[in-house]
Design a protein around this ligand. Structure first.
Ligand code: DNO
Length: 389
């Protein structure tokens, strides 16, 4: 693997020097200051790449070039935004950056209900509790028709749980959804969030899929011309939330995307943590079946404490994804291709050594250092044990 690390630019509490010292060769970054739909100018891309190069690494993966909501809905100015996207891809290619991660989740990027779930030994991690989110949806946001999204059992459970939560806990859930995580562009008020949800009325699962395939096929000529690989990030969590469709959640969705968008440049970011949010997903089988179009990986693990309740695992190798087997498939794919693939340790716990630093949620130094070290150990161990990999 090529050792990757997500860097949030100058606003990141973790410096390039620290990243380099962790053993990283490949930085994963973006022009965060550019809003969705804007062209990324060559000059700005070059300036960011130079900073990374001066620190002894290469900016090889973009995460993300966000897809404007109008493209997802195919409304308003979407044609212009697609043209702008193409220009950005060309500009990135001119600067030698040919791996682009993005997602096609409406309104919200990844979602959690608790950004500081305390583990027994005192470090914290991110938690997802579907019942708390259902409670937030029905009883805090009070979105008209929200009840229709849930079956009777789920509603009853969410209602019982919501009544038990203190005002501070309810706020914690609301803040986690509306303003907690890097990825979603702006912090939202409940009213803004409701308004954004409303704009998706009439866009069902099929429509969103067709819009995504249309977008990908429209940019394909640019991918063929430049050699850029688009790697979609799976939905996190991998199921519909807040009544919004989610269309890249499992093997069936990936298979349909590959079939409808046959260019080899339309690929996948294999994110074990996002896929793991559905216990039915088998990330090892996904790597085996779709590996030839995996161009970037996020490795981490989840631990479940209840049905639809999980937190990010204490160890990147242990949890509901069988990481050793997955890594074996990953190494086979690297060998087949004759090329190394960038992997970044995805998320990490917040440990004492990062106390007082303003790390982006999930993007601590210590937690990810451990994750990277574990992945490195696994790679060396597998190569040692299974000669020929
Ligand atoms: C969360 C990330 C996501 C990811 C985007 C890709 O930690 O994995 O925010 O960057 O979904 O577009």
């Amino acid at each position: 693997m090529k050792q990757g690390w997500r860097w949030y630019g100058d606003a990141d509490a973790i410096t390039l020097k620290e990243i380099r010292q962790a053993g990283v060769t490949d930085v994963v970054a973006a022009l965060y200051e550019r809003k969705p739909g804007e062209v990324w100018p060559v000059k700005e891309i070059k300036a960011r790449a130079k900073k990374v190069k001066d620190a002894g690494m290469v900016w090889s993966v973009v995460e993300s070039v966000p897809v404007h909501e109008e493209i997802k809905k195919r409304t308003g100015n979407y044609r212009q935004y697609i043209e702008n996207y193409k220009v950005t891809l060309r500009n990135l290619a001119k600067c030698g950056i040919k791996t682009v991660c993005y997602n096609f989740m409406p309104v919200l990027d990844w979602t959690r209900s608790n950004l500081a779930y305390a583990l027994p030994h005192g470090s914290t991690c991110l938690e997802y509790n579907a019942h708390e989110l259902a409670g937030f949806h029905m009883f805090y946001l009070k979105r008209p028709g929200a009840e229709k999204e849930y079956d009777a059992k789920t509603k009853a459970r969410a209602s019982r749980l919501w009544k038990k939560l203190s005002a501070a806990e309810k706020k914690r859930v609301a803040d986690s959804v509306l303003c907690g995580l890097p990825g979603t562009v702006d912090d939202l008020t409940p009213e803004e969030f409701l308004a954004q949800l409303k704009t998706y009325e009439g866009i069902d699962d099929r429509r969103l899929r067709e819009n995504m395939y249309a977008f990908l096929n429209e940019i394909t000529p640019v991918l063929e011309e430049t050699g850029v690989n688009m790697c979609i990030h799976p939905d996190d969590p991998p199921h519909p939330i807040f009544g919004l469709p989610r269309i890249l959640s499992n093997a069936k969705d990936i298979a349909e995307m590959y079939r409808r968008c046959p260019s080899k440049h339309i690929g996948l970011t294999l994110c074990t943590g996002s896929l793991g949010g559905d216990p039915q997903n088998d990330a090892v089988a996904i790597m085996k079946r779709f590996g030839s179009r995996v161009y970037f990986c996020h490795f981490r693990n989840l631990e479940y404490t209840d049905d639809k309740v999980f937190h990010e695992a204490q160890c990147h190798l242990c949890g509901n994804t069988d990481m050793p087997r997955l890594f074996e498939e990953f190494l086979k794919e690297e060998k087949r291709r004759g090329e190394k693939i960038v992997v970044r340790p995805d998320h990490g716990r917040l440990l004492e050594i990062d106390k007082g630093r303003k790390c982006y949620c999930g993007y601590s130094y210590g937690g990810r250092l451990i994750g990277l070290a574990e992945l490195r150990g696994l790679e060396i161990g597998l190569k040692y044990a299974r000669k020929g990999l």
